[in-house]
Design a protein around this ligand. Structure first.
Ligand code: FMN
Length: 373
């Protein structure tokens, strides 16, 4: 197998999940001092960019499900956060089946101009069948959803990349675009020629798509070995297509002064899980991945405790003292991880704790690693 085409000398980057839906990032009745409202989120975004975060990722959800009774829409919320921050890049999550890609490209470019080149998108292929059906969208089987998503990303990329050469035309199975040009075009900012395109998923279909068309591949929480396996697969595809892809992995971070304290918090989250909601969520996501048939889809081997965090974030093992968490991050970095996508219990406090106590150790370890090579 080919080694991952990552750059170990680049510093790790960090993103956080925007709590734009109610209930936080765990399906638990444990007390959470996290709020899904606007004012809380503005303060959070500002704290995050001052505590070492590069990106914020909004969630897309239009209707209540398994704990998220209230939901703010992802693209408008993301744009709002861009206007309230200076350096943070904000990634808006979208389902292709609710959008025309050229309309989304227009939204992204306007957001990019407003924010000085900080807008990005996370194209997700969806698991929540009832939401799509309730809104009148035909629910495709797993791999068809990915075919749809890949075509969607190809159109977005085609529009961005060909913009200075004139109008763009695309005749596909899902989208038809006739002689369309973005005016204005994307902002060119440091390290990226146009808004970055992220995607999420673990299945074989997701890995292929990631390698062929994404800038970034987001994985659910996993062990360093589980992450490495995906990175190798995606990298192999990318190399065939003469591309490189960066990797982000989800992790729910519980940092405390002692390991025992951190583990107690994790135990309490799981002990106080909203059992009915977790089981409902588990049933829906397993069903959504079944037609992939290869058992590599997200959540296919998730246990009850894993599902208490929507994206298997406990599996990444970011629970313990600042030293333990920093070492775990470096271990993942050696497997090819470029970015951690983090969720927290009490966002305001935990983001500051991350910036003050954990990040400096990560940077020290990275500097020591650099000195060795
Ligand atoms: C980082 C990340 C973020 C995601 N965000 C959302 C989201 O906001 N809304 C949503 O419906 N699904 C979201 N998903 C789930 C995807 O829609 C989809 O169900 C999943 O990627 C399917 O994975 P599979 O290819 O392994 O079957 C996200 C997935 C990942 C990895």
């Amino acid at each position: 197998m080919t080694a991952p085409a990552t750059e170990p000398l680049q510093p790790l980057q960090f993103a956080y999940w925007v709590p734009n839906v109610s209930g936080g990032l765990v399906v638990s009745k444990i007390e959470q001092r996290t709020d899904w409202g606007w004012d809380y989120n503005v303060k959070l975004a500002q704290l995050a960019e001052n505590n070492g975060f590069d990106y914020a990722l909004s969630q897309v959800r239009y209707t209540a499900s398994y704990g998220a009774d209230q939901q703010h829409e992802s693209t408008s919320f993301s744009l709002g956060l861009l206007t309230q921050t200076e350096r943070l890049k904000v990634i808006a999550a979208v389902h292709p089946y609710f959008w025309n890609p050229a309309v989304l490209a227009k939204w992204l470019i306007t957001a990019d101009h407003i924010s000085g080149g900080r807008a990005a998108v996370n194209v997700v292929s969806g698991w929540f069948k009832n939401e799509a059906v309730d809104l009148g969208v035909r629910w495709l089987e797993h791999d068809e959803r990915y075919r749809n998503s890949e075509e969607f990303i190809r159109v977005l990329r085609g529009l961005f990349e060909s913009n200075d050469r004139g109008p763009f035309t695309h005749q596909g199975d899902f989208y038809q675009i006739h002689d369309f040009q973005l005016k204005p075009g994307p902002v060119t900012s440091e390290g990226r020629p146009h808004p970055e395109i992220f995607q999420g998923g673990n299945s074989t279909a997701a890995r292929g798509q990631g390698g062929r068309v994404a800038d970034w591949y987001f994985a659910n929480g996993n062990t360093p070995e589980g992450i490495e396996e995906q990175i190798r697969d995606v990298t192999e595809v990318a190399q065939v297509h003469n591309r490189s892809v960066k990797f982000g992995v989800n992790g729910f971070l519980i940092g405390r002064e002692s390991e025992a304290e951190a583990r107690n918090v994790l135990r309490e989250i799981i002990d106080k899980a909203d059992r009915e909601a977790v089981e409902g969520f588990g049933g829906a996501v397993k069903q959504a991945g079944q037609s992939a048939g290869d058992k590599k889809g997200m959540w296919q081997d998730s246990e009850f405790a894993d599902l208490v965090q929507y994206n298997d974030g406990f599996r990444t093992g970011l629970v313990g003292t600042p030293e333990q968490i920093a070492h775990r991050m470096l271990e993942c970095k050696k497997k090819g991880v470029n970015l951690f996508l983090l969720g927290f219990l009490h966002y305001h406090e935990d983001v500051v704790h991350f910036g003050e106590k954990i990040l400096p150790i990560v940077r020290e370890l990275e500097a020591a690693e650099l000195a060795r090579v």
